[in-house]
Design a protein around this ligand. Structure first.
Ligand SMILES: CSCCC(=O)C(=O)COP(=O)(O)O
Ligand SMILES: [Mg+2]
Length: 209
C-alpha cells in the first residue's frame, strides 16, 4: 500500500551520524555551563528532571554516552539555537534528503519527523540545513515526549496524533529496534543503512522513487 505519510528518523537517516556526534554534541558540551548560568529560569525546570547533586556533570556524562534523555535533549536544542542563529551551525542533510522531501511532498505524501532530538532541535536543523530551509516540506515533529523510539506504543501514539491508520505510515530509520517497534505497531518500516552494507535501502532516493 502506498503510504499516506512518511515518518523519518534524523541521525543516520536524513543526516549523518558524524554531524551529530562530531559537531552538535561538542557544541552543546562546550556551551552547556555558559547556557545554564546565563539562562537560570529556563534551565531550572529542565535541571530539576536530572538526577543527582551535580546536574551539569550528569548532563556532560549523558552527552558522552549519547543518552537519549528528554531533559538533555531539551537543553541541547536550546543551546544549539544560538549556533544556528550565528551561522556557526548548519544542519547536515544527505544530498538525497532534500530531493526526497520535495518528491514526496509533490506526490501529496505528508512528511513527519520522529527523532530523539527535541522538536525545537529538529526545527532548527531542518530550518538551517546545508540545503536551506526544508521545513516547508515537513508537517509534524515528534520527539521522546511522545515516547521512546524503541517502544511500539510510541508509534501507535504518533498514528493517533496524525489521525491515520498505522499501516498508512512508512517509518524510515537506521536503527533496527526502532524499525521493529514501528512494525510491531502496524506501521510500514524500512531500515536504512547509509554505508550500503545492509538494511532495506541505503538512500532516501530508493524510498518511493
Ligand atoms: C535533531 S537534534 C540532533 C540529533 C539528536 O540529538 C539525536 O539524538 C538524534 O537521534 P535520532 O533519534 O534522530 O537518531
Ligand atoms: Mg537514527
Amino acid at each position: 500500500m502506498t503510504p499516506r505519510a512518511i515518518l523519518l528518523d534524523i541521525e543516520g537517516t536524513t543526516t549523518s551520524i558524524a554531524f551529530v556526534a562530531e559537531t552538535l554534541f561538542p557544541f552543546a558540551r562546550k556551551h552547556l555551563v555558559e547556557f545554564v548560568c546565563a539562562n537560570p529560569e529556563v534551565s531550572a525546570p529542565i535541571l530539576a528532571e536530572v538526577p543527582g547533586d551535580d546536574k551539569v556533570a550528569t548532563l556532560l556524562g549523558w552527552i558522552d554516552e549519547d543518552r537519549k534523555a528528554t531533559p538533555l535533549k531539551t537543553l541541547q536544542g536550546l543551546i544549539w539555537e544560538a549556533g544556528y542563529a550565528s551561522g556557526e551551525l548548519a544542519g547536515h542533510v544527505y544530498p538525497d534528503t532534500p530531493d526526497a522531501l520535495q518528491r514526496w511532498h509533490a506526490a501529496g505524501i505528508a512528511i513527519h519527523i520522529y527523532s530523539s532530538g527535541s522538536v525545537a532541535a529538529q526545527k532548527l536543523l531542518f530550518g538551517h540545513s546545508v540545503a536551506g530551509d526544508l521545513t516547508r516540506f515537513l508537517g509534524g515533529y515528534f520527539d521522546t515526549t511522545t515516547g521512546p523510539k524503541r517502544e511500539a506504543d510510541s508509534y501507535a501514539r504518533i498514528a493517533a496524533a496524525l489521525s491515520l491508520p498505522p499501516s498508512a505510515i512508512l517509518f524510515v530509520s537506521d536503527i533496527q529496534p526502532e524499525v521493529d517497534a514501528a512494525r510491531a505497531a502496524g506501521l510500514q518500516a524500512l531500515l536504512i543503512d547509509r554505508d550500503g552494507t545492509g538494511g532495506d535501502v541505503h538512500s532516501l532516493a530508493q524510498v518511493l522513487p
